[in-house]
Design a protein around this ligand. Structure first.
Ligand code: ZN
Length: 437
């Protein structure tokens, strides 16, 4: 059922400030709580360029080859002159991931390798320092606070019941061990999941069913089919909350894998004929997978308008409470969104800690007009201490929606729509979703 969708215009009058309780690291807290005007941003990018050239011989040569000249970097358009690294360069098969490091592996600053989720094939490996991980965590929290419209004071386990369509962090990290022999390693997805525990205590809904496990071992000699969604928990928890007096009820926040959430609505809830009425519920997906093509995993595509109307139909959620988050292993920036009635899509917003460039898919020249479509490049001077990821080009096709400000919510910065990953192109990426299920 496609319904006519009306979105409330959200105005970003409230400036989100992350507190000391959530992010203890003062340096990083100051960065995420600051707005960076173009001039300051360019100056910081110059700094990170200088540092990258000095600390990494590969980048030094690359910058010479690209004829990069620091003096050319003056205006915001000049950011396109910065030699960028493609996400493909971080693939394990290229053997380049160690060359992309700016700090020695044995240095105390080096913390872990973040690995993208790929069941088979070729994951990305991005070296991160403790500060890089702290920044990634803080940007994710900023994105959650800014784009999931739960009142900030209720955004914790006392005000919100949080359920995540994902296995728990320990399990995810065990999966990461299967992707690569490199150590220490952590799945990018599990890093993001771990971050949410700083503000809330989510219940992970992917469960191991012991009787199913026996059956699967006998039938298929595999345990994969022994995992399933803990649907009973969701129903019980929601009903228990709804039975309480209005002032005692908590918000319901549902997040995690798009595909699992979609399955839960269209298989489980539909077959059981369950429709909740939860105007104070919030639904957040992340990691993409709309096209039905998620690295090696294939399933029917999920139509965004249909998904949004399903969330409203099955959970009773308000349209402005449905958000999608976008990020990929190679950048520490996470982009938040809201639904757009006009575009029938999620509009993503570039935070002040980063800038984006859309590049032509063939020539890689920067495209500057609203409506232009191309590959996405993300630039940031923050959270990139360990690796060369201050300017990363990802093979996702995006469309530029507005420059400098969102016309729908007034959030400052460029906005874009993600059209999906470029299939059949060399260097097909793998971003952040559990796709083994
Ligand atoms: Zn907006």
């Amino acid at each position: 059922m496609i319904i006519i969708i009306k979105i409330l215009i959200l105005k970003w009058c409230i400036i989100i400030k992350i507190s000391h309780e959530v992010v203890q690291n003062e340096k990083i807290r100051t960065i995420v709580n600051s707005a960076y005007e173009d001039k300051e941003f360019i100056s910081l990018m110059k700094g990170i360029m200088m540092e990258s050239i000095e600390s990494n011989s590969f980048y030094k040569e690359f910058a010479i080859k690209e004829k990069f000249n620091m003096d050319d970097l003056n205006q915001i358009e000049d950011l396109a002159l910065i030699p960028f690294i493609t996400t493909t360069t971080f693939k394990e098969s290229t053997g380049m991931f160690k060359e992309l490091l700016k700090i020695p592996l044995e240095s105390p600053e080096f913390k872990t390798w973040n690995v993208s989720s790929c069941t088979t094939g070729d994951p990305s490996l991005v070296g991160r320092s403790l500060d890089d991980l702290e920044f990634l965590a803080s940007m994710t929290i900023k994105c959650i606070y800014e784009f999931i419209p739960i009142p900030m004071e209720e955004h914790n386990q006392y005000g919100t019941i949080s359920m995540n369509f994902s296995p728990n962090v320990t399990f995810l990290n065990r999966i990461a061990m299967r992707y690569t022999d490199l150590r220490p390693v952590k799945l990018y997805t599990s890093t993001l999941n771990e971050i949410t525990t700083k503000i809330t205590k989510p219940k992970y809904l992917i469960k191991f069913f012991i009787f199913k496990a026996f059956k699967e071992i006998i039938k298929r000699r595999s345990l994969v089919g022994a995992f399933g969604i803990n649907a009973k928990y969701v129903i019980k928890t929601i009903n228990k909350n709804s039975s309480k007096p209005d002032d005692k009820q908590k918000n319901i926040s549902i997040g995690g894998s798009l595909q699992l959430l979609n399955t839960f609505m269209n298989k489980y809830l539909k077959e059981a004929n369950i429709n909740f009425d939860l105007p104070d519920s919030y639904i957040t997906t992340g990691g993409g997978g709309w096209s039905g093509h998620k690295s090696q995993l294939k399933y029917p595509p999920i139509e965004k308008t249909q998904f949004v109307s399903d969330c409203i139909e099955f959970f009773g959620t308000k349209i402005e409470n449905i958000t999608d988050m976008y990020g990929f292993t190679e950048t520490p920036i996470v982009f938040g969104s809201h639904w757009s009635d006009k575009y029938q899509n999620f509009i993503f917003h570039c935070p002040p800690q980063a800038r984006i460039i859309i590049r032509d898919m063939n020539t890689l020249d920067p495209l500057r007009n609203v409506g232009d479509k191309g590959f996405l490049e993300v630039l940031t001077p923050f959270g990139v201490a360990a690796s060369l990821n201050h300017a990363v080009l990802v093979d996702d096709l995006v469309e530029l929606v507005s420059k400098n400000k969102c016309h729908e919510c007034d959030y400052e910065g460029d906005t874009f729509i993600v059209q999906g990953r470029i299939e059949d192109k060399e260097g097909l990426g793998c971003s952040s979703l559990v796709e083994w299920i």
